[in-house]
Design a protein around this ligand. Structure first.
Ligand code: G6P
Ligand code: ZN
Length: 545
């Protein structure tokens, strides 16, 4: 095998964010850009070479080309073996499972998650390590550090394009390459966690209809295998099943506006009983009932309260965790069940130690992510199967289950307001303005409620004792209500300011209000506190969820 050692210069912007390096496709296609980053990964993580490395992505534009480059670089860097998802496709949760089940050294997942694809869209690379989870900060920092002083990269010359569309094994130099079927393996695994007999009965019955929106992204083949082939759901259950390089020109983001057909169906006449969607790389989930939206925070709390109905949790939950901006609905359940409940910074990687150490079995985030100790990623289809299993056992509608939950635990009214692509400096000014007030806020009254505590959230990992600071500004009220300000770690342009607002209501007559109305006073108070309109020059948020 002929290897080139190519001279290169560092790019200053290869710092991985909340989930990997995420940039515009045109940035990734600059000469040497992808190569520099991959070489930095191999240099910072030499252990990846000593075994099998998984590679695959969500099928977005540039996926197939990038895989060929990675193969040639892996061979030139002495990687023992690369396993590729059939067709170059590998969902994030399946990658996590395959790392664990095959004992791989890690995975390179080519995805920008829910961001749009196509030549004008985004591309991304995530690294997962040997436990199956996203690389921790220490690793991503080391990769970035390496990227700032890179001078050469290694790549195999003249190697032929590897056929990634057939299950087979080949060699490139000394490196083994195997094209594997992640779909069947993942489906087999799901069958061990849930009651497929009961779910199948429900899906085949005349009284139940479901729609799942794959958003022309990676979950299409998985949903077809699980829902149609194994569980016997009718073929029209899945919308937009075929993975496309541009996701059909839309954002593969499971929310009510991007999953338009799904929300029209579920909120229209003759609506199906259950609706769900996942994102580009298959780790997020949105859950809908007939004319009913389940917030991700509520979904997590309901899962915790109902886990005993699910075969995988027959032995109990041990503990639960949520990211800081996620509502405290799950905390209330944990308290009742006498379970430890952890509050981590945003980003799935922070759950990794808690899961590995056996302290928790279930965790989730407001950003449409839920999962358990079955993998080390959030898992969209797993969440859908959890809900299906629950519906099959409880024989109630989604809405009835949620309303029952509110009656028992109270309702955590919740909203997130996003100000997108704000000039970074202006977004920083908002944060600085709030930070200045943190020390004087306790004891003050805002929106008719007394502030109990105000701080800059920091997390001390109970397993490895590491400290992660500046993870969002919190204003906590005596009533349990909260305002949280945070800058997104996943944007590709400017800064995205997120405002999270929450208030707990337990009175049986206060369970049916409009969240925007009920939370109105807190929203106004938050906006004034940060002088958001003045500093961002935005009259209103771009997205409200
Ligand atoms: C990704 C991560 C999640 C995280 C989310 C936050 O999806 O996988 O764990 O919650 O980003 O995004 P943000 O834009 O709020 O930083
Ligand atoms: Zn995702």
């Amino acid at each position: 095998m002929d290897i080139s050692v190519v001279t290169t210069q560092p790019f200053p912007d290869q710092k991985p964010g909340t989930s990997g390096l995420r940039k515009r496709v045109r940035q990734f296609r600059q000469p040497h850009y992808l190569e520099n980053y991959i070489q930095s990964v191999f240099d910072a993580c030499p252990d990846l070479k000593n075994g099998e490395l998984l590679v695959g992505g969500d099928g977005r534009f540039h996926n197939r080309e990038a895989i060929q480059v990675i193969l040639r670089m892996a061979a030139a860097n002495g990687v023992q073996k690369v396993a590729i998802g059939y067709g170059g496709l590998l969902s994030t949760p399946a990658a996590s499972y395959l790392i664990r089940s095959r004992g791989a050294t890690g995975a390179l997942i080519l995805s920008a998650s829910h961001n749009p694809g196509g030549p004008e869209g985004d591309f991304g690379i995530k690294l997962n390590t040997a436990n199956g989870g996203p690389a921790p900060h220490s690793v991503t920092d080391a990769i970035f550090e390496q990227s700032t002083r890179i001078s050469h990269y290694r790549i195999a010359n003249g190697a032929e394009h590897v056929d990634i569309d057939h299950l087979h094994a080949v060699q490139m130099g000394d490196m083994d390459i195997e094209v594997v079927d992640p779909v069947g393996t993942y489906a087999d695994y799901m069958a061990t966690l849930f009651d497929f007999d009961r779910i199948g009965e429900l899906l085949r019955s005349d009284h139940f209809r479901m729609r799942f929106d794959s958003m022309h992204a990676v979950t299409g083949p998985y949903a077809e295998e699980i829902l149609i082939n194994r569980l016997g759901a009718p073929a029209d259950t899945i919308l937009r099943a075929e993975p496309l390089a541009d996701f059909g020109g839309r954002h593969p983001d499971p929310n009510l506006s991007h999953a338009r057909e799904l929300s029209e169906a579920l909120f229209g006449r003759d609506a199906p009983d259950f609706g769900a969607a996942s994102d580009g790389d298959g780790d997020r989930n949105m859950i809908l009932g007939r004319r009913f939206f389940v917030t991700p925070s509520d979904s997590l709390a309901i899962m915790a309260a109902n886990a005993h109905h699910i075969p995988a949790f027959a032995d109990g939950l041990k503990g639960v965790a949520r990211s800081m901006p996620t509502s405290q609905a799950v905390d209330v359940v944990a308290e009742k069940l006498a379970l430890p409940c952890f509050e981590t910074p945003t980003g799935w990687k922070f759950f990794g130690n808690l899961l590995d150490d056996g302290r928790i079995r279930l965790c989730g985030e407001e950003s449409f992510g839920t999962s358990s100790d079955h993998v080390r990623e959030k898992d969209g289809l797993w969440a859908v199967l959890f809900w299906l299993n629950l519906l099959a056992v409880r024989r109630q509608s989604v809405e009835e289950i949620v309303r029952d939950h509110w009656r028992q635990y109270g309702r955590h009214y919740y909203t997130r307001h996003d100000y997108e692509a704000v000039e970074s400096e202006r977004a920083e000014q908002v944060m600085a303005r709030i930070r200045e007030q943190l020390s004087v806020l306790p004891g003050q009254s805002l929106a008719g409620m007394r502030v109990a505590q105000a701080d800059d959230f920091a997390y001390r990992d109970p397993v490895d004792n590491s400290l992660t600071e500046h993870q969002g500004l919190r204003v906590l009220f005596e009533s349990g209500a909260r305002i949280v300000f945070r800058l997104s770690g996943t944007g590709t342009e400017g800064a995205t300011l997120r405002l999270y607002i929450e208030q707990h209501e337990t009175h049986p007559e206060h369970l049916d209000a409009d969240p925007q109305e009920l939370l109105g006073p807190l929203i106004d108070a938050a906006s004034r506190l940060g002088d958001i309109p003045g500093l961002t020059r935005r009259e209103k948020p771009d997205v409200i969820t």
